[in-house]
Design a protein around this ligand. Structure first.
Ligand code: NAP
Length: 544
């Protein structure tokens, strides 16, 4: 940008209705809704050099969706749903990236998306009721609304291990994977982390590399995905039933088109329980979590029965009993750490070129120039893969310097953990809307469903403001306090917050332990959101 242009931008920021940060599912959906339906002047900024968000960044080997394709997509346009052909149940990253690029093209969204541009700060001006938004390139724009579509799992977490920079081989974090891929042939690979990402990457890397050593701090329960390609008849059946499928995703507890069975674990005999669990295991995917017994995530005894069922599967699949026991999670209830679904994870540990190392009992002390050293052994590698996850829920928001009314910084407002109203608004930050923010069900719901709900809700709120001639909206501190209390209270009834997971910030040293996603389920959450609208936005203050 020339100096003259820069000066002009400094003095005369471009005036917009809204800035949207991020061009993943949430950003694209927002741009479509706010521009095409509400007629707003919207600018989207995106750090990546392509659209896709999560599906732009996470291109590691084995990356694929673990919700089924035909409901892990947008429902806002019937023609889009009818036109797009998903190749199978669980599409790989490139297919979802292609889908989101198709959406960007189909709705002519690109003209309002500025790629390769990180938003660095946003400041609310009390006098004008507008946000001044700045980017890493020096852009400065003024917008009435600031809409964060930054994703819940976007802020990369590099582990805090001594010597990280000293490794002389190649090293990669899974969420910043090179576009050209990594050639593992003939190489010794060390992989740290056994969350959803590590569990997806392990079988694929093992099939290519000379040797793979997986460093596991906490074992995770994973259920087979049982991926299958769609035949034309499957596609036709899905398309015929799309309206009903989408409706069910909006009504079910977790945004999937199915519901838990209407029985608790203790209502059935041991034989029947095993039969039901076996059926869920055979069917594969998230049904084991969200389509099984109704008390799975509430009753520790019921959960333990399902947990032991999975452990027994691990013991059946993995031939070496010591490795099998190491892979069996014993310190957290099933589902309390976000359970992955996998393709051939456990069986991969039967390969001669794969080795599992327990770093709970012998932690990694240092990354060395040639590999890494645990308290027990030194390992040499050609490639190190960090599948160590994210500073989830809050990290992507707090990495932007956001300053609300009266100079209140979001980082200070959330010093003891995130505080929001419905996960959508933050007291003291007028005209800021956080799509799938902390305090909303977000990651506990099939994400596109959660995103579309929030975008619609925000659009309704903005329409309400316009009709009432208001220019400023914010949650009241007392409404926010009640919501935060409610989120904490419902989490007491659930096992979801009991593990040391990113759900509660436990994966980031020093992060306050707070159950960030709303665990009350989608129906209750939607009811609460609707009640706010029906009451004339009780809990929110409007100004002009
Ligand atoms: P994650 O679930 O947080 O797992 C990170 C792993 O790295 C854990 O095993 C963790 O151990 C380990 N780790 C972190 N810091 C470490 C350290 N300093 N030393 C040693 N080990 C360390 O991250 P993720 O696997 O990237 O998954 C995050 C979320 O992204 C998932 O839960 C899911 O919601 C989403 N995801 C979705 C898909 C999909 O839909 N297909 C795929 C991948 C990811 P501890 O458990 O002991 O902390």
């Amino acid at each position: 940008m020339s100096d003259a242009a820069k000066n002009l931008t400094e003095t005369e920021p471009r005036q917009l209705d809204a800035v949207v940060i991020g061009a993943g599912f949430a950003g694209l959906c927002s741009l479509y809704k706010f521009r095409e339906i509400l007629g707003m002047d919207v600018q989207v900024y995106e750090t990546g050099d392509g659209v896709g968000g999560t599906w732009y960044w996470n291109r590691y080997p084995g990356a694929r969706c673990d919700s089924e394709s035909f409901y892990y997509c947008f429902s806002f346009d019937d023609d889009l749903a009818q036109e797009w052909e998903w190749s199978g149940k669980y599409p790989e990253q490139p297919e979802i990236e292609r889908y989101l690029n198709h959406v960007a093209d189909r709705f002519d969204l690109r003209r309002d998306i500025q790629l390769s541009t990180r938003v660095t700060s946003a400041r609310f001006d009390d006098a004008t009721h507008r946000w001044e938004v700045r980017t890493e390139h020096g852009d400065c724009v003024s917008a009435q609304f600031l809409i964060t579509a930054v994703g819940c799992l976007s802020a990369t977490n590099f582990p805090d291990i001594q010597g990280l920079e000293s490794f002389q081989g190649e090293s990669f974090h899974t969420s910043r994977w090179p576009k050209g891929g990594v050639d593992f042939r003939g190489k010794r690979v060390g992989l740290i982390g056994t969350g959803s990402t590590g569990i997806q990457a392990t079988p694929v890397i093992a099939a290519e590399a000379d040797q793979l050593t997986v460093f596991q701090r906490t074992p995770n329960f994973t259920i087979p995905a049982r991926h299958a390609a769609f035949a034309p008849a499957d596609q036709a059946e899905i398309k015929k039933n799309y309206a009903e499928i989408f409706q069910r995703t909006r009504e079910s507890p977790a945004g999937f088109p199915y519901f838990p069975i209407e029985r608790s674990t203790h209502d059935v005999s041991a034989e029947e329980r095993e039969e039901i669990l076996e059926g869920l295991w055979e069917e594969g995917g998230f049904k084991f979590l969200w389509g099984g017994f109704s008390d799975l995530l509430i009753d520790p005894a019921a959960n333990e029965l399902a947990s032991e069922f999975v452990r027994n599967k691990i013991r059946e699949i993995v031939k070496d009993p010591e490795t099998a026991e190491l892979l069996c999670p014993k310190c957290h209830p099933y589902g309390s750490k976000r359970p992955p679904i996998d393709t051939d994870y456990y069986v991969t540990f039967n390969r001669d070129n794969v080795n599992l190392v327990d770093i709970k009992s012998a932690p990694i002390e240092e990354i060395t120039s040639t590999g890494l050293r645990t308290t027990e052994t030194e390992y040499e590698f050609d490639v190190l893969v960090y599948a160590t996850g994210f500073d989830a829920m809050t990290g992507s928001l707090l990495r932007i310097d956001i300053e609300g009314a009266g100079g209140l910084r979001l980082a200070d407002a959330w010093a003891d953990g995130p505080r929001t109203f419905l996960g959508i608004q933050v007291a003291g930050f007028p005209n800021l809307f956080t799509i799938t923010g902390p305090g909303s069900p977000s990651v506990l719901i099939n994400m596109p469903v959660a995103i579309e709900h929030h975008v619609d809700w925000i659009a309704d709120c903005i329409t309400h403001m316009k009709e009432a001639g208001k220019t400023r909206v914010e949650a009241t501190p007392s409404a926010q306090d009640s919501w935060v209390e409610h989120v904490a209270e419902v989490s007491e009834y659930s096992l979801l917050g009991t593990g040391n997971s990113w759900y509660v910030g436990a994966n980031i040293p020093g992060k306050p332990r707070v159950v960030s996603p709303y665990t009350g389920g989608q129906p209750l959450y939607r009811e609460r959101c609707e009640a706010v609208v029906n009451s004339g936005y009780e809990g929110m203050e409007f100004g002009a």
